[in-house]
Ligand binder design. Sequence first.
Ligand code: G6P
Length: 496
Amino acid sequence: MSVLEAPLIVASNRGPVTFEPDESGELRPQRGSGGLVTALTGATQSTEGLWVAAAMSDGDREVAAAAGDGRVDVDTESGTFNVRFVVIPPDVYDRYYNWIANGILWFAHHYLWDTVRSPVFGEDSDRAWDDYVEVNREFAQALAEEGARQSRTPVYLVQDYQLAVVPRLLRELVPDALIAHFSHTPIAGPTYLRILPTRMRDELLAGMLGADVLGFHSEAWAENFLMSARSLPGTRVDLARSRVVFEGREILVRVHPISVEAEPMRALAATPRLRRLRRELGRWRGDAKLIVRVDRLELTKNVVRGFKAFEVLLTRHPEWIGQVKFLALLSPSRQVLPEYRAYTKECLAEAERINHTFEGGGWEPVRVRVKEDHARAVAAYGLYDVLLVNPVFDGMNLVAMEGPLVNRRHGVLVLSRNAGAYGRLGRYAIGINPFDVRETADAIHEALTMPQHERVRRARGLSRLVLANPLSRWVRSQLEDLERVRQRLARRAQVS
Ligand code: G6P
């Protein structure tokens, strides 16, 4: 049977639904947002597959315990989700998720350390790594169990750095499983990855190489992985064909850029609620030009340098004083980590400092809103003249795709060359080095003064590119890769 018809079993740390109590205290499912959930939910539903995810909230844990085996079928407006919750004791989960995944791997893959002082590894991080591997083992176990319950042979789609060693652990349990692992982040190149303790680095790479196919959003990350894999003893890396041979198996390294779904976003943008929100934002903007950024409040997103670049713009081009406003819509993220709490304060302080320096005559240069508010973000997408997307490093960045789909002013995208999205959209954006605030300021100025015909050309180009790569293609290409692997293995089995 072709992989394209096989049941899909998806694994990700954050699942498609999470349970939170409503006002009356009753647990209600809340659907996770974002392209990943949309893409994979569609695919699991059409193949009767399911989703294995961590129980992240107390509500998830309660629901999983009530179900006995962690299996929950959740009916929502957007369909039924078959979820298997993996329940981990909170202290172990903390070391796996906060310490290793978000505190170390995320930092490594996005080049976030200030290496003069951090990181410092020792016995504690060694033990935390053991817990990370243990949680990955729990996932592998749950995946193997769910696979065994299927009437047809399933395929496994494992997501991201939280579950990097699942492929190898799952392969130990199900040697002939078809496994794809997808990294939604960048991945560190060999020199930077050498910061990790040797055991951690080797187990990480060997863990990923348990898959049949490793997917990335951009060529740059796939290349980094291939170069890093060369440092693992026992690997043979074929750069030209983008393959690795490890422990007698051949692993394909592939680039499949994810996309966004245009229709739901455009439908939301057309609702009366969004019209009201746009009017409200429009009143605040007045006659000024508008720069917008929409991000998780995340170290990688480079919010502070974005504000500094705005300051440089106002200093180098004082003609913009009073004539342009900057709206930053930020949703809180990972506030458990001290670095994130400190960064949140820094972002707010920087905006305040700029407002203090430049405000006058009723003009508010920067407005920051820290709140999860998808509707307001889509409303702001409608109104920007410049969309600033300047992450230091980013696996893909979907804001760069969402904005152009609903913008109504032929707004210009100023985009970091270190975002995976640059590989797809770069030719219609103004590319920037995100560390260079002068270049960023110049790019914003260029965007604000760009002739109308050029703005139109670029804005149309951007939405055309996004629409030309529907979200469904992302899943399909991964399954086609796995189908090729299946056929190759079947041919080999026949010969031997
Ligand atoms: C990135 C990662 C995802 C993660 C998301 C939100 O996009 O690639 O795996 O789920 O950030 O982070 P969180 O830690 O809140 O799940």
